[in-house]
Write a protein that binds this ligand. Structure first.
Ligand code: P6P
Length: 281
């Protein structure tokens, strides 16, 4: 799998250059989820696919920016689902964005995810690798990634990141969020999944929530290349991830662009989600 991590490092150096100089305008196209694709999305996707195509161990890829599975090497061992530049519209307001990669074996399902990587493009470029039950962070320095630290979550944290808009929250979700504010949690939400989840990991814990909402009953975030990679990362860091009723990595996938409600956090906060949802749904 090391050659995949090295490939992601190579792609990330290229993507950072695209962010620095790229055209942040809209393209003419939409992706499979109906999002208007930015030129940055497409350019980042092209970089990643080109580099992955040179790695013999990669059998096929799924990209947020492409409708179908892209076969690469018939004898490859790994499948990769990725979001090339999540939250790309935030580049225009100079906020952090990120790439997310889920590495799977045999099939694109939660049960088959074996590793995850995300890269934060912010004041610094940082790469986090979740593999073999641990989470390791690297920082880009002079075109190479240097190991910084392992990441572990406390049992309980202090941050709450609340997705969507209150108008679209179901009542039981509003009860949960209000309870957390009453318990003194700090709201930290940029609208970028990667930096928002990275902050909770580095600050020791809390809760990121993107529930089923009145406008998106099945949630907004995509299973294969957003939810499952972060669910694995949070579990390997000693936290947990849920869809509001069960473990996020027990969610069934029927289509490669499926979404799911999702909650990522320290164990105490995820237990709180399950408790409040069970009592109020
Ligand atoms: P909302 C960005 O568009 C994204 O896909 C994730 O990065 C982020 O967590 C979420 O959408 C934000 O969605 O509805 O809260 O603006």
């Amino acid at each position: 799998m090391n050659e995949i991590f090295e490939a992601i490092k190579k792609a990330s150096v290229e993507i950072q250059k695209i962010i620095d100089v790229g055209d942040t305008g809209k393209s003419e196209n939409e992706n499979s989820t109906g999002d208007t694709q930015l030129k940055l999305d497409i350019a980042s996707d092209i970089v990643i696919e080109k580099i992955f195509a040179t790695i013999p161990s990669i059998k096929a890829i799924v990209s947020e920016e492409q409708e179908a599975i892209v076969p690469l090497n018939e004898d490859g061992e790994y499948l990769i689902a990725y979001d090339p530049l999540d939250g790309s519209s935030l580049v225009d307001v100079n906020l952090s964005v990120g790439s997310i990669y889920g590495i799977y074996k045999n099939d694109f399902t939660a049960q088959n995810i074996i590793a995850a990587v995300y890269v934060v493009f912010g004041p610094r470029v940082e790469m986090v690798v979740a593999a073999d039950n641990c989470v390791k962070m690297y920082k880009l320095f002079n075109n190479s990634f240097e190991y910084i630290q392992d990441i572990t979550l406390n049992e309980k944290g202090t941050i709450t990141a609340t997705g969507s808009t209150q108008m679209c929250w179901p009542d039981h979700h509003r009860i949960l969020v209000n309870k957390m504010f009453k318990d003194g949690y700090y709201l930290r939400y940029s609208g970028g999944m990667v930096p928002d989840l990275h902050q909770i990991l580095l600050k020791g814990g809390g809760l990121f929530s993107y529930p089923g909402t009145t406008d998106k009953p099945k949630g907004k975030l995509r299973q294969l290349f957003e939810v499952f990679p972060f669910a694995l990362t949070y579990e390997f860091a000693g936290g947990a991830a849920s869809d509001g009723s069960k473990r996020a990595l027990d969610v069934e996938t029927t289509h490669i662009h499926d979404t799911t409600p999702c909650f990522f956090g320290s164990k105490d906060e995820i237990n709180k989600v399950l408790e409040v949802y069970k009592e109020n749904v």
